[in-house]
Design a protein around this ligand. Structure first.
Ligand code: SF4
Length: 324
């Protein structure tokens, strides 16, 4: 079973996403290749923050795997580039987006931390996507340092200016995510400063989020009243993100593979901690089928079950970290 050292899958899911419906994920990076080390990151700490852009994984490898995965899929809302790091660090991202669009009529989204859109090559690569989902967690340098722990050389001013310049040229949707972390970026003053950045960037939607899934650092979600305050402040384009709505069993979407394997479930878990319910929804399984597969995944190793906010999450084992 690939959990213990087999070839790594680059295409995973479909994953029920709160923002993209059912999305088939593409991960074109070695594990945790990122220029940030966000306190709330579900993948654990960033071992070596990097600003180096290169072809970490080639577009041919990605598109071959995507083509095979699409044979077994129906009802996918988006092909999304995300996964285990910052996708815009891959210099072949533009070729991958264009190739993915040629393979199917499915819209392509890129989930990015938004730190590199000032870079002309990154902006050019993203032009082919149907939706770009950048993050903005802070508007003050000291809070940016605290929440996102950026690589040396990244400046918040440049990041916001890059997002605003990209907006002027880009015709697709920009859905900006603001992750509010209790005690970090939830003061009224900071929310007001973030609102000023939102006005500069002019996204199509602002998704207000707060960390509920497990991360290595102890962080807490903000209160419902703080979320409501942020929504009122950010204006009519702001939404508070709720739970994923679609259910594969109901026929909205489903991977049509004859038999879901434990390694497919593990590949999804390694990109994002999930509950048994997420697994059930993603793969169109009954509760007992999902439970059996999760048992198998845990037995194979590399995945652990942890409890957060009264729910059991399955995630990549942190001790020791499994290298992908
Ligand atoms: S949350 Fe995203 S941007 Fe932040 S450290 Fe994790 S992978 Fe990087």
């Amino acid at each position: 079973m690939p959990l213990k050292g087999g070839a790594r899958q680059r295409v995973f899911g479909p994953v029920p996403s709160r923002r993209l419906g059912f999305s088939l994920g593409v991960d074109a990076l070695p594990f945790k290749t990122c220029d940030l080390d966000c306190v709330y990151c579900q993948l654990g700490g960033t071992p070596h923050k990097t600003l180096k852009r290169k072809a970490y994984v080639g577009s041919k490898e990605i598109l071959d795997e995507l083509s095979a995965a699409l044979q077994g899929c129906r009802g996918i809302d988006f092909i999304s580039f995300s996964g285990s790091g910052e996708p815009t660090l891959n210099t072949e991202l533009g070729a991958m987006i264009r190739g993915a669009k040629k393979l199917s009529g499915i819209p392509v989204a890129v989930i990015t931390n938004g730190t590199l859109l000032w870079h002309p090559d990154v902006a050019r690569d993203l032009m082919a996507a149907d939706a770009v989902l950048p993050s903005l967690d802070a508007a003050s340098d000291n809070i940016f340092e605290k929440v996102d722990q950026p690589a040396r050389g990244l400046s918040l001013e440049k990041i916001v200016a890059g997002l605003a310049a990209f907006r002027k040229r880009y015709k697709g949707k920009i859905w900006l995510e603001v992750m509010l972390v209790k005690g970090y970026n939830d003061s009224l003053e900071e929310l007001r400063r973030i609102k000023a950045c939102i006005d500069q960037i002019r996204p199509d939607r602002v998704d207000i989020n707060s960390p509920v899934r497990p991360s290595d650092k102890k962080v807490s979600p903000v209160s419902a009243s703080c979320l409501a305050r942020a929504k009122a402040l950010f204006g009519p384009k702001a939404v508070i993100i709720g739970g994923a709505k679609k259910d594969a069993r109901s026929g909205a979407a489903a991977r049509l593979a004859s038999k879901i394997r434990a390694d497919q479930v593990a590949e999804m878990i390694l990109r994002r901690p999930v509950t048994a319910e997420d697994v059930r929804r993603s793969f169109g399984l009954g509760p007992s089928e999902a439970a059996e597969l999760l048992e198998e995944v845990l037995r194979a190793g590399g995945i652990e079950a942890v409890r957060r906010s009264g729910r059991v999450y399955y995630r990549g084992n942190r001790h020791p970290r499994r290298r992908l």
